[in-house]
Design a protein around this ligand. Structure first.
Ligand code: GAL
Length: 388
């Protein structure tokens, strides 16, 4: 018995040590606060994949895997203080390896679309991998969502943090330059998940990073998100052509179903965005918003707020980025089964991808996505959870 207590004690102190050393959790905090590491499986070529659990002082958790930097689970409190998962995803690596629509993943080197996978930079033509009809989408066939990231728990003020890093070699998916990327996920004690991105390059290259979490504030198994109430801090959006490439105009949202300047149920006008099977358009929201005050964005500013009247959960998105892609899970069609056997159907989640406008590299009028050698790319996006 004494021996068992001894072993349990050892394991507990080890876990506490990992947590405390990573997060510098103040004394007296509940057990489990910090960063814990577990195996998540192996890729087909035998590379080990890990799953890290970040736990803050209130018991809020974020699970992050080194495969694609994917957030597999994110627990946030409802109005009764009950924790519940608010993102779609899988509980095993094989389901991610089998292919999925970027659930929770880090997206790069260039998020969203590049028309015809083509751009010109410093007088040179580049062809990047096309993986979405005529266009390149979310970094190509093997984007940052499908690579293995190095992970290391790091110190964070007022919370716990995990830093992921990846070196994207020159020519990967057609992009120029060795790109060194670091992404830090910080779960703070005010129930905020903060994502800080940094990148440097040795040749000029477009860079546009984001996270592609699918949120459902009622929980992934609670049905669709059409009754969730959304506000977006944008008066304009970038209309697109039949292949989802911006026409170049910045159009006012006023008088259109894209107007979320006032809190509005997501389902209120979604039927006006009709499917068009001939154009592989499943209907629903899938559009980039031009966030207000883009010039002043040195610090993250409020971009959107979502409220789920049923659970009371509220999520606010703050970002340094000029754009926000709002997507209502239109391509989810019941063919994927996620955590706890839940089948993911159309509109069962929403994505709010903070980044630059689609196809910016071919639109000189849009804020630039070009990173030059000697400069550092940064972006910060914050998801803040509360309940009412
Ligand atoms: C979104 C994009 C959609 C779709 C989705 C993944 O970011 O806007 O058109 O490609 O990712 O299924």
């Amino acid at each position: 018995m004494r021996r068992r207590v001894g072993i349990v004690g050892l394991v507990v102190s080890f876990l506490y040590f990992v947590g405390a050393s990573a997060a510098a959790a103040p004394e007296g905090q509940p057990m489990g606060v910090g960063v814990q590491k577990a195996e998540f499986g192996k890729t087909k070529d035998g590379t080990r994949v890990e799953l890290y659990t970040l736990t803050n002082a209130h018991g809020m958790k974020a699970k992050i895997t080194t495969y694609g930097g994917v957030i597999t689970e994110l627990d946030a409190p409802d109005r009764d203080g009950k924790m519940g998962d608010v993102v779609l995803g899988f509980d095993n690596l094989n389901s991610y390896l089998a292919g999925d629509p970027y659930f929770g993943a880090l997206i790069g080197r260039v998020a969203n679309r590049i028309a015809k996978g083509h751009f010109k930079l410093d007088g040179k033509e580049y062809a990047v991998v096309k993986n979405n009809g005529p266009n390149a989408l979310h970094g190509g066939v093997k984007g940052f969502d499908k690579v293995i990231w190095k992970a290391e728990p790091v110190e964070a003020k007022g919370g716990v943090a995990l830093q992921l890093s990846y070196l994207s070699p020159d020519g990967e998916e057609g992009y120029p330059g060795n790109l060194t990327v670091a992404v830090t996920y910080t779960l703070t004690d005010d129930n905020t998940l903060r994502i800080d991105y940094k990148a440097t390059t040795d040749k000029a290259t477009p860079v546009n990073l984001t996270n592609h979490s699918y949120f459902n504030l009622g929980g992934p198994g609670s049905g669709d998100i059409l009754d969730e109430v959304l506000t977006i801090e944008a008066d304009k959006y970038t209309p697109v052509d039949d292949t989802m490439i911006p026409t170049g105009e910045l159009k006012p949202v006023k008088g259109t179903p894209y107007d979320f300047t006032k809190p509005t149920k997501i389902g209120a006008r979604i039927d006006e965005l009709k499917p068009d099977p001939a154009k592989d358009n499943p209907g629903g929201y899938d559009i980039n918003y031009v966030l207000r005050m883009i010039e002043e964005k040195k610090v993250p500013q409020l971009a959107a707020r979502v409220h789920d009247p049923k659970s009371g959960r509220v999520m606010e998105v703050y970002t340094t980025e000029p754009g926000l892609q709002f997507y209502t899970g239109n391509f989810l069609d019941g063919t994927l089964t996620g955590k706890n056997g839940v089948v993911y159907k159309k509109h069962q989640a929403l994505c709010l991808e903070a980044d630059h406008f689609p196809d910016s590299v071919n639109h000189p009028d849009f804020p630039s996505t070009i990173l030059e050698p000697g400069k550092t790319y940064t972006q910060t996006t914050i998801y803040k959870f509360s309940a009412k």
